[in-house]
Design a protein around this ligand. Structure first.
Ligand code: NAP
Length: 249
């Protein structure tokens, strides 16, 4: 039953939201999990405690993925804690919407540095650290890369870049038995979505009206797919993007 027994996984941005849920699902399936966070130590410690109190293995490691030197430290600390690496979930991400006339360089770089630069450099570090049996990289993209809602030019572009990097890295790393796939969620109720003000009101109502299954997602709608991509159940799947959005596309 333990699909990830003896696996070691890093989940970036796992102090809350989708990342925290993936970390808990991974631990439940037997993985040792590195719960990465940028600033929410309390949230990350809470996730670790929840895992370890049920007999699972997890450590919290602070690192801002927008800074490659901190990514190197994250991977070094993973090696120190668990000795190896099998799975990387590139989940850490920022979403800020803005009409094009208000877009600033700061708005652009903040999102691209976390969502794209961070993902590329973490993937580079993972490819170096995976053993001869390879590994699995799971990128958390978004349905926004294809749904393309107004005022999301920068955010949606970061996720378009994630989709393309997923396919490129799958082609490039396949010969080393490293699989690379993405999960592209629709709107999921998380702390970040509440903070952004998307969880209530007009935007949510519009999304739900266009969603065949008629609701936004919960983190539990996403995490099982991450377990699938991390496990041997998906051994012959790479370079794919799985949209999980209640049918919104
Ligand atoms: P969230 O609730 O805002 O949580 C974001 C997580 O990422 C937190 O743990 C945060 O850590 C971490 N993080 C942010 N910047 C970081 C950085 N520079 N370095 C390391 N960690 C960082 O977000 P979410 O809604 O769960 O979204 C997670 C991912 O899913 C993102 O990539 C997002 O684009 C994608 N996604 C979300 C939705 C949605 O509707 N929720 C839909 C599609 C795709 P701190 O708290 O320490 O800052």
């Amino acid at each position: 039953m333990s699909k990830l027994k003896d696996k070691v996984a890093i989940v970036t941005g796992a102090s809350k939201g989708i990342g925290a849920s993936i970390a808990k699902y991974f631990a439940k399936e037997g993985a040792s999990v590195v719960v990465n966070y940028a600033s929410s130590k309390e949230g990350a410690d809470r996730v670790v405690k929840e895992i370890t109190s049920k007999g699972g293995k997890a450590v919290a490691v602070q690192a801002d993925v927008a800074k490659p030197a901190e990514i190197d430290r994250l991977f070094a600390e993973t090696k120190k804690a668990f000795g190896k690496l099998d799975v990387l979930v590139n989940n850490a991400g920022i979403y800020e919407f803005s009409p094009i006339e208000n877009v600033t360089e700061e708005h652009f770089h903040k999102q691209f540095n976390t969502n794209v630069l961070g993902l590329i450099f973490a993937s580079k570090a993972a490819a170096n650290q995976f053993g001869p049996e390879g590994g699995s990289i799971i990128n958390i993209s978004s349905v926004a890369s294809t749904f393309a809602p107004p005022t999301s030019a920068v955010y949606s572009a970061t996720k378009g870049a994630v989709d393309t990097a997923t396919k490129v890295l799958a082609n490039e790393l396949g010969p080393r038995k490293i699989r690379v796939n993405s999960i592209n969620p629709g709107m999921v109720e998380t702390e970040g979505v509440h903070t952004a003000g998307f969880a209530e009101g007009e935007f949510r109502a519009q999304i739900e009206a266009q969603t065949p299954l008629g609701r936004i997602g919960q983190v539990e709608d996403i995490a099982p797919a991450a377990v699938f991509f991390a496990s041997p159940d998906s051994a012959w799947i790479t370079g794919q993007s799985l949209v999980i959005s209640g049918g919104l596309s």
